[in-house]
Design a protein. Structure first.
Length: 305
């Protein structure tokens, strides 16, 4: 997709090749970049097979990539540090949310099971200021877009889950706005971002409406991040590019990812308190981390999820 006359173009820079295509699964797909308290950039490989690194961490000074965690069956699709400084992971394979220490120890299941009679397929997550999780249930991803079985699930700090929104076309990215008053939710099978204004205790949606329509061709919207100024960074499955929108819906920048055989730029992280941004990029060439200059400073809403 081309930039409009009013939008700028930035070219991201390669930082490191983090993974290669896994022979057992036929691919590699990096997601969920988020900064830990140790300054490392944590991320997941959705397609890593049993016994290979599923959670990794990049030391940006040495550019060393280290394994943090693996297991036998999970497929982690996002990562974000919680208020307790543990790393929370959505596992789409088991329909669970796990947490573990930053060194990969003490894995615990935070949520699993059905909500209102349906198993959750958790894709991305966001935390509010009270520690409640908001998770996209990406049901319907493989179905036509007019089928809309997807949901947004709220899981409170006690682990009690409820449906916040339903009948959605495979929701994927999710992030609070800069004020923490509402959610931006990327609808994978509709190529749009919806805005959900929440009630005061963030237990219900007061208003919901399409906020941004995305021209993506055959690509589809993936994860979503928001910086301190309210700018929205929209990633893609099937396109190595990040679109940046103002909170009034204007496309203000396109971040292009150069390189051959790179098919998807799935998510971004912006270092808290700075404009130092990073992108998870994947394709048949492998899994990469690229850097870019963000328009606003990083916060919790621009790290992971």
């Amino acid at each position: 997709m081309a930039a409009s006359d009013d939008s700028a173009v930035q070219t991201a820079k390669e930082v490191v090749k983090a993974t290669s295509v896994h022979e057992a699964t036929g691919g590699t797909l990096l997601e969920g970049p988020t900064f830990g308290g140790d300054g490392r950039l944590y991320f997941v490989d959705v397609m890593a097979p049993a016994g290979e690194a599923k959670v990794l961490a990049l030391d940006l000074e040495s550019r060393n990539v280290a394994e943090v965690f693996t297991d036998g069956a999970s497929a982690f699709t996002s990562a974000q540090f919680g208020h307790d400084d543990r790393l929370y992971l959505t596992d789409i394979a088991s329909g669970s949310v796990l947490s573990l220490e930053a060194d990969g120890s003490d894995p615990q299941t935070v949520f699993t099971g059905e909500v209102e009679g349906s198993v959750v397929l958790p894709d991305d997550l966001a935390f509010d200021g009270d520690g409640s999780m908001f998770v996209t249930d990406t049901r319907g991803m493989q179905d036509p877009g007019w089928q809309a079985p997807g949901r947004v699930i709220r899981i409170d700090s006690d682990g009690v889950a409820s449906v916040l929104a339903r009948d959605l076309p495979s929701p994927n990215g999710i992030s609070f706005d800069e004020q923490g008053d509402g959610l931006w939710v990327a609808q994978y099978n509709a190529n749009r971002l919806d805005y959900y204004a929440l009630n005061e205790d963030r237990t219900a949606v007061k208003e919901a409406y399409p906020g941004i329509y995305v021209d993506a061709g055959r690509a589809r919207v993936d994860s979503t991040a928001v910086d301190s100024d309210g700018n929205i960074y929209q990633a893609f499955h099937g396109l190595a590019q990040i679109n940046v929108y103002s909170n009034d819906g204007k496309l203000i920048q396109i971040i292009e990812v150069p390189g051959e055989n790179l098919e998807s730029a799935t998510n971004v992280a912006i270092r808290p308190g700075s404009t130092e941004g990073y992108i998870t990029v994947s394709g048949s060439a492998g899994g990469y981390i690229y850097s870019f200059d963000a328009l606003g400073e990083g916060t919790r809403q621009s790290n992971g999820g």
